[in-house]
Write a protein that binds this ligand. Structure first.
Ligand SMILES: Nc1ncnc2c1ncn2[C@@H]1O[C@H](COP(=O)(O)OP(=O)(O)OP(=O)(O)O)[C@@H](O)[C@H]1O
Ligand SMILES: Nc1ncnc2c1ncn2[C@@H]1O[C@H](COP(=O)(O)OP(=O)(O)OP(=O)(O)O)[C@@H](O)[C@H]1O
Ligand SMILES: [Mg+2]
Ligand SMILES: [Mg+2]
Lengths: 257, 257
């Protein structure tokens, strides 16, 4: 039974892509078959896995405008067992192009039905907004939403709005859309702010907060420039180790549900 | 003659809001009258200046749906000489609500014509996307676009797409939309990556790159949680000093043009 998770947070630069890409890598290392879907027109997840964004023949955009099936867009990556549905900058126009399509919120969910039994996990990366592309991810999820949260005040401020949106989608479009986990990213143990944010989140969302905290580690931001996940680029770095531990916690929480 | 600048970068979390808010503060400290316009539905610039986002009577959204003039939305802030046009989460629906409005790209430009002679500078903060709200900022600018750029690989990757969009808007919608400056933010001198990104930008955009580099400094990320600019929160911090020096360089570059 394939488990579909969506990574979302409208606040920019909080580690959505870094988390989706590296969790996908460690899940495939653990022997699971994984599909990573990039719904962000920036196509950062696509380039982080070494795929040439400007030369991609078919992307999620072609699926959205009904030109092709999602199966035709799937590309293999350097990691065994990790495939990818690439994004394209054209996706930026989807929200307006589909404004009058009554079923526009179900496009990704329906598309994934064609490939669902080929993978153990499908991970969906979202853009920094609560628009149509992100909502498609919230409607497609079958196991819930993972929220990467930078340990900063402005990122915390957006959490209540994200919670409202998740609740709205659960009530109106997808009963399986719930806040499945919050992962603290770019944590700097030297700052009081980081500790305050974590304490704040633990108070309001104790069930959802993962124990694993991802520290700030420059290796994580270097890896995309080599088109590699942290597993391949710097497997002994503190960033890699944190994502490996996170993967174990993720599996412990969801594997048997 | 009012000078309108727009702060844009579709990459999330690169310091757009932090730069717009703190430049506005130091310009008002230098005796200029400044209007800060928040076009991001996250309303981070609004809350960074201490305004209560959920209780704002009239916001930019009311202007966009033609319910009121921008003058009616203007609020004073704690800084003398710094006013604000607040945002609201409702703004997230604007792209779809205005999809068929032929003049949708000119809404902000036209609205600002009513207040243009009341301020020396108008600074526009954008959301992390290249959608309608950001394009409105690119069409409204009269002195160009300031691009805050985090010294990271994924932020650099988005620069060519941003350049293409700025060029497109200049050719089709606003001849005054050009790349007026690139400001390196969250620079960590200990990492090779930061140095590589700066060298890369200096090679391709030598004219636009500001000499001032904003270092990573936790005081900058603490200030918004107090609803204060860095000038009021921690004026002697390295972050505050960097924005003060940046303001001087900004004035030197644009004051006499
Ligand atoms: N733990 C970390 N330590 C250091 N750098 C990190 C870490 N996690 C992510 N980064 C870097 O921070 C930046 C933002 O991360 P990322 O792009 O994953 O966030 P995002 O939420 O996907 O951004 P966007 O909102 O633009 O989609 C990137 O340059 C990334 O390489
Ligand atoms: N020089 C800096 N040093 C440390 N932290 C910073 C610095 N500049 C910004 N920050 C913090 O980094 C985070 C991202 O900055 P900011 O919100 O200004 O970026 P943005 O580009 O406006 O984000 P978005 O794309 O979500 O609109 C915020 O939490 C901010 O407080
Ligand atoms: Mg991303
Ligand atoms: Mg911002």
């Amino acid at each position: 039974m394939t488990k579909i998770f969506t990574f979302a947070n409208q606040k920019g630069g909080v580690g959505k892509t870094t988390t989706a890409v590296n969790l996908a890598a460690y899940l495939s290392k653990a022997g699971y078959s994984v599909l990573l879907v990039d719904t962000d027109p920036q196509a950062n997840a696509t380039s982080s896995l070494g795929l040439p964004v400007r030369e991609i023949p078919l992307s999620l955009y072609d699926v959205v405008i009904d030109r092709t099936s999602i199966g035709d867009t799937i590309m293999m990556t350097e990691e065994v067992g990790l495939d990818m549905v690439p994004s394209s900058p054209d996706l930026a126009g989807a929200e307006v192009e589909l404004a009058h399509e009554p079923e526009r919120h179900y496009i990704l969910r329906r598309a994934l039905e064609n490939v669902i039994n080929r993978y153990d996990f499908i991970l969906v990366d979202s853009p920094p907004s609560l628009g149509l592309l992100t909502v498609n991810g919230l409607v497609a999820t079958t196991y819930g939403v993972i929220v990467p949260l930078q340990a900063e005040y402005l990122a915390l401020e957006g959490l209540s709005r994200l919670w409202e949106t998740i609740t709205l989608v659960r009530e109106q479009l997808n009963p399986k859309c719930f806040l499945a986990g919050i992962l603290i990213t770019m944590y700097d143990s030297r700052t009081k702010l980081s500790r305050q944010v974590v304490n704040n989140v633990r108070e309001y969302f104790p069930q959802q907060l993962f124990d694993t905290i991802i520290p700030r580690n420059v290796r994580l931001s270097e890896a995309p420039s080599h088109g590699q996940t942290i597993l391949r680029y710097a497997p002994y770095s503190t960033g890699a180790q944190a994502y490996e531990v996170f993967t174990q916690e993720f599996l412990a929480r969801f594997q048997n549900r």
